[in-house]
Design a protein around this ligand. Structure first.
Ligand code: CP3
Length: 343
């Protein structure tokens, strides 16, 4: 089957299916015993990200186990700050620790030089595409500038991203320079992933939901729009999925103004609202509550049915409303897939 005929890519061109394509955010991860085994062999999480051989192995694990409709490159959004020269560490049980940025001292960075530091990731993309079956698209990704900036300002994850929100109000010019640098680096990185073999790319704006309306436009919508424009210019026809978690009432504006082929939706947006505010030719991607997948049983079945019903007749990519968590039973993932595919 030619790659362009893969369901996920057809959905991103605006086609509706009786049974939608399925993939799961964070599908390669700690809920899989085979992932935990490879991870042990790799050493640290970042060693795994920068080993083309092992990153390929874990990228393929959820495809082999569940026959999902797409693979997502195994990496992390924080490789960009690292390539920009800020140290990044993943500390067991504490999450990511990032060297903080001083907005007063920030200066222009050459995006091609930044991307050159990620050649091991691009080598993984090439390697994955070489072994992945032709009917399975490979999704590349980056963090959205706002979400990546929240880690660079606070130095770690925070419950409400207050440090970055305050920095953006107090030093708008400095913060805007940081966002510009991240737009340049992220666009160049996505273009490089597409050239290395990715079939489409996703922009993860996991922390967009904390922004007020003015800041949401400035730091979430605009940067995504600029990244997408550059990707389109460099790689015509390459589809982009934009996911602003917590977009809420702004979802329709986000979909229209970014113009992405796919729009990720978290589980707090009623699926019938997502179906009506996202453009008729844009695919809605989502939006099952990941906790329904942990609970299983009727909570899972009802959640799946509600999403499927709301998306009938419109382009849709089935996914969770955010990443799968380490405590998810594998049998529930199997139940999810059977329910969607009616097998
Ligand atoms: O979807 C996939 O399977 C592809 C791989 C992927 C990972 N991270 C692997 C990972 C993707 C797409 C990401 C994106 C990412 N990373 C985001 C945006 C999406 C989201 O879920 O909100 C964010 C905010 C990060 C930053 C990050 N990386 C966090 C907060 C953590 C968790 C720290 C922890 O210990 O729980 C990570 C680590 C991480 N990234 C893991 C995986 C599989 C777990 C690390 C491990 O194996 O120990």
């Amino acid at each position: 089957m030619p790659r362009a005929d893969a369901k996920l890519l057809r959905a991103l061109k605006g086609e509706a299916f009786e049974v939608p394509p399925i993939w799961i955010m964070r599908q390669a991860g700690r809920y899989l015993p085979e992932y935990r085994e490879t991870r042990k062999r790799a050493g640290s999480f970042l060693d795994l990200c920068y080993s083309p051989k092992l990153a390929t192995e874990v990228t393929l694990q959820p495809i082999s186990r569940f026959d999902l409709d797409a693979a997502i490159l195994f990496s992390d959004i924080l490789v960009i700050p690292q390539a920009l020269g800020y140290s990044v560490e993943f500390i067991e049980g504490k999450g990511p620790q990032v060297e903080t940025v001083d907005l007063a001292k920030i200066r222009f960075e050459d995006a091609d030089r930044t991307v050159a530091k990620l050649e091991r990731v691009l080598e993984a993309v090439d390697r994955i595409r070489g072994v992945l079956p032709d009917e399975k698209p490979l999704i590349g990704f980056c963090g959205a500038p706002w979400t990546v900036a929240t880690y660079m300002i606070a130095g770690h994850g925070t419950p409400d991203q207050a440090p970055a929100r305050l920095a953006a109000y107090r030093d708008e010019a400095g913060f805007s320079r940081l966002i510009d640098i991240l737009v340049d680096a992220s666009a160049a990185y996505l273009i490089a992933q597409l050239r290395a073999g990715a079939d489409c790319v996703q922009i993860f704006d996991s922390w967009a939901g904390v922004l007020d309306d003015d800041q949401f436009r400035k730091w979430s919508v605009e940067p995504a729009r600029r990244i997408i424009a550059r990707v389109r210019e460099a790689v015509p026809g390459a589809p982009v999925i934009a996911f602003a978690r917590g977009a809420g009432a702004r979802l329709g504006d986000y979909a229209r103004e970014t113009g992405a082929e796919g729009i990720g939706v978290d589980w707090t947006v009623p699926p019938q609202i997502a179906a009506s505010v996202v453009g008729p030719k844009q695919a809605v991607q989502g939006n099952l509550d990941p906790l329904r997948l942990i609970a299983g049983g009727t909570a899972l079945d009802r959640g799946v049915d509600d999403v499927l019903l709301a998306m009938r007749g419109r382009p849709h990519i089935f996914n969770l409303g955010h990443g799968i968590t380490p405590d998810t039973p594998i049998s529930h993932v199997e139940q999810l897939i059977r329910r969607i595919r009616k097998t």
